[in-house]
Design a protein around this ligand. Structure first.
Ligand code: RFL
Ligand code: PHB
Length: 391
């Protein structure tokens, strides 16, 4: 097989890239190791930045999002038994976010890709990418029990944190930066209308909690738990009692309970790999960087990487100049590091570290109070949360 751009991984990064390239008349092949049902069901992100929403709309993938997605104008911060709202449009010159699950974005992009004729191969497991520093990199994969190769002009690794494409960058060239956090999230889906109109990020003496949603009838909630926690240690009643305790404020507010339909524990990590390009191999999305989910940035960073990359490929096709491709890594990394810092900041300001002193807690509360009372501090949060401009 042969193509212009070989795309490893059919998550949001790979699928959006394939769509954007198609719009510019550039052919690509997407190889995805899992089956379609698995990829469409994997529970992950829920918040789309303004720039991600616009990009999905512009490439024809926004129709159902605009019908079913929930536009949010702010978030609520809870700490010290009080509640504070951060209003996004007034602080950012009109930016908002959209609650529309990653599962739905992926379903919409897969449907579009198959309608435009693919190629998108499921259960195609990439084993290695070779020839990054030559003219024709090759993707080696197994599909329907047969070993195959895909020869490309360029290969883009959109294969997530555990993918293989990053391995095409030699050890002496690749630099990685990692931070693991001493806590995880227990995430649940529940068949109950959300108890709030906007997301609630709660700092409490018992640890962090987040109230998000998937639709007017499905709630998504998270609790900070110790690393190594098994979901079985948390029967439903214990989860609701703990959420109640962490969201508690003075005044009336009640958390509605309902049947829990999914329960999973997620570790938290920050990771960056530099550079995001080596020869004719490029990395995008979680393959190059991950963030703890507290800033709602992972999916959005994956989208902004491939928006920058698709523009660079279109520029190459139109002008013959590889200048934008050469700048890809530097262009993306500046925004990536900003999102890394914001995600780290949200995480460490809202969670309770197991070794945290009373002094550390007072610093967190002071920082949260500053955000709640200073327009400058709230603006900084709102700009980062709704998403900085895509370069
Ligand atoms: P993905 O989604 O991991 O997709 C990679 C794809 O590559 C496939 N693959 C391979 N295919 C072929 N051959 C191989 N050898 C392969 N190895 C892997 C995989 O099967 C998969 O389909 O990466 P991508 O596309 O870069 O997208 C990144 C996002 O998925 C991720 O950043 C977000 O989900 C992070 N995240 C959030 N991001 C947000 O922007 N807002 C949020 O609110 C948000 N919440 C979250 C999150 C992530 C979470 N988890 C589970 C990590 C909440 C959670 C709970
Ligand atoms: C989600 O809805 O899954 C979600 C929302 C906001 C976050 C993380 C996850 O910061």
């Amino acid at each position: 097989m042969r193509t212009t751009v070989g795309i490893v991984g059919g998550g949001p990064a790979g699928l959006l890239l394939a769509r954007l390239l198609h719009e510019s008349g550039i052919d690509s092949v997407v190889l995805e190791s899992r089956d379609r049902a698995y990829v469409e069901r994997r529970q992950r992100a829920g918040i789309l930045e303004d720039g991600t929403v616009r990009a999905l709309r512009a490439c024809g993938a926004g129709e159902r999002m605009d019908r079913e997605g929930l536009v949010h104008d702010g978030i609520e911060l809870r700490f010290g038994r009080r509640s504070h709202r951060i209003d996004f449009p007034s602080l950012t010159g009109g930016r908002r976010v959209m609650v529309y699950a990653q599962t739905e974005v992926v379903k919409d992009l897969i449907a579009l890709r198959l309608r435009e004729g693919g190629p998108l191969l499921f259960e195609a497991e990439v084993r290695a990418v070779t020839g990054a520093d030559g003219d024709r990199p090759v993707v080696h994969f197994v599909h329907e029990g047969r070993r195959q190769t895909l020869t490309c002009d360029y290969v883009v690794g959109c294969d997530g944190f555990h993918g293989v494409t990053r391995g095409a960058v030699p050890d002496g060239v690749l630099r990685t930066y990692t931070r693991d956090y001493p806590y995880s999230w227990l995430g649940i889906l529940a068949d109950v209308p959300p108890s709030c109109d906007e997301l609630i990020y709660a700092h409490s003496p018992r640890g962090f909690a987040l109230h998000s949603m998937r639709s007017p009838s499905v709630s998504r909630l998270y609790l900070q738990v110790p690393n190594g926690t098994e979901p079985d240690e948390w029967p439903d009643e214990r989860i609701w009692d703990e959420l109640d305790a962490r969201f508690a404020i003075d005044g009336d507010w009640k958390l509605a309970r309902g049947p829990i339909t999914s329960k999973a524990v997620l570790p938290m990590r920050s990771f960056v790999a530099e550079p995001m390009r080596y020869g004719r191999v490029l990395l995008a999305g979680d393959a190059a960087h991950i963030v703890p989910p507290t800033g709602a940035k992972g999916l959005n960073l994956a989208a902004s990487d491939v928006i920058v990359l698709a523009r660079a490929f279109a520029h190459l096709r139109e002008t013959g100049s590889a200048e934008l491709l050469a700048a890809y890594s530097d262009t993306c990394l500046r925004r990536v590091w900003r999102a890394e810092h914001f995600s780290y900041f949200m995480t460490t300001t809202l969670h309770t570290d197991p070794g945290q002193s009373e002094f550390d807690t007072r610093l967190q509360l002071s920082q949260l109070d500053r955000i709640a009372t200073s327009t400058a501090a709230a603006t900084d949060l709102a700009e980062n949360y709704t998403g900085l401009p895509i370069p």
